[in-house]
Design a binder for this molecule. Structure first.
Ligand SMILES: *Cc1c(COP(=O)(O)O)cnc(C)c1O
Length: 369
């Protein structure tokens, strides 16, 4: 049972759709698939433009940094992925300021406003909606609204790799929202997507940079249902399949609702057996628990109960574990994981097993409290 917050399992109907013979990307047949996928992405994103890139999520992060920063970037580092925006700036000699916090702490709106007020060179802000390193949710929509009140020309770029497909994002004040194939979209890795505002498109057209990740070239091509370079045809076929499936089986809102409920039920179940939720503002993509026993718990889950959950990275590598809620997680999988954690805690003499986790989970998830 793969319950890591990326990669997530690829559903069988998607694997089957991607198993057909390779089709050429410069054909009316593929262009039709591309067009239909684009339409589904517009529905998913609710933004003015979308582009698909043949790269992992970090490629889209790079494209946004290079194409959407004119003078200076403000980056938010509450974990590995926020730190990456700074590393990208450095690699391209783009000037940047970073707001750094511990990995369980979201950025404050005031800290962002202060940084912007004190430095008129800043013209783009880069932040994660969900920082997957600790599973925290940044107040992105709120800070975007406040920043735009101050200066509507500041571009807001949100990395939504573990947020798009997890929850409804209010994109009103966002200029670029990034996602990747292997998390909430349940596909193999290798495809990145960026949703864009009209303002972002205008800025890109003035400021396009690079070659492979030149977004002006891509936008122009993709508006005619083709790509600048060879498209990731197989992954796009898979993307169309998964988005159409979600749309035709209750819709995106129903998926968001179910994911939120599963995340809440998991948090409540684990709190009830004495677990400590790591982030002060947990995102619904994953549940992160802080414990010095994280490696032992993960090991028991993997060897005895057939559940693969993720650990941490860097300084909290051995101090957290993370359980995925993204995608089409089965109820029996979600119920099983909290029960297996309670059993593992019993084995480690942390707490005697009495079935509390599974009971609380079921109450929350299925009985409505
Ligand atoms: C996984 C992830 C990425 C990195 O994506 P890659 O596909 O590994 O390049 C970036 N940001 C967040 C928030 C992620 O969870």
């Amino acid at each position: 049972m793969l319950l890591t917050p990326g990669p997530t399992p690829v559903p069988e109907f998607v694997r089957k759709a991607m198993a057909d013979v390779t089709i050429h990307h410069r054909t009316p047949e593929f262009e039709k698939i591309f067009e239909e996928t684009r339409e589904l992405l517009f529905e998913l994103y609710g933004m003015d433009e979308v582009v698909m890139l043949a790269s992992s999520g970090s490629g889209a992060m790079e494209a946004c940094v290079t194409n959407l920063t004119k003078k200076k970037a403000l980056t938010v580092n509450s974990g590995k992925f926020g730190e990456r925006f700074g590393k990208i700036c450095k690699a391209f000699n783009i000037e940047y300021t970073e707001i750094k916090n511990e990995w369980n702490t979201p950025v404050s709106v005031d800290a962002i406003l202060e940084a912007v007020k004190n430095d008129s060179e800043i013209d783009a802000i880069f932040i994660q909606l969900c920082e997957s390193a600790g599973g925290l949710r940044h107040p992105v929509e709120e800070l975007a609204k406040e920043v735009k009140k101050l200066n509507k020309d500041i571009t807001i770029v949100a990395d939504g790799i573990t947020a798009i497909g997890v929850e409804k994002i209010d994109t009103t004040n966002l200029d670029a929202v990034i996602t990747g194939s292997q998390k909430a979209l349940m596909l193999p890795p290798g495809l990145a997507i960026i949703g864009l505002s009209n303002d972002a498109v205008a800025k890109i057209e003035e400021n396009a940079k690079g070659f492979y990740f030149n977004l002006a070239t891509e936008i122009k091509k993709q508006r005619t249902n083709t790509t600048a370079w060879t498209a990731a045809t197989t992954l796009i076929i898979g993307l169309k399949e998964i988005l159409a499936h979600i749309k035709n089986n209750g819709g995106f809102d129903a998926l968001y609702e179910k994911t939120a409920l599963r995340a809440k039920a998991t948090r409540e179940a684990l709190k009830a057996i004495g677990c400590e939720i790591y982030p002060s503002s947990p995102a619904n993509a994953m549940t992160t628990i802080y414990t010095e026993n994280a490696p032992e718990i993960r090991n028991i889950l993997k060897t005895k109960y057939n559940v693969n959950i993720a650990g941490g990275q860097d300084h909290i590598k051995k101090l957290i574990y993370r359980i995925n809620h993204m995608g089409l997680v089965e109820d029996f999988e979600a119920t099983w994981v909290v029960n297996a954690i309670e059993l593992a805690m019993d084995e480690l003499n942390i707490r005697d097993f009495d079935g509390t986790a599974s009971k609380v989970f079921s109450q929350e998830m299925f009985k409505g409290n």
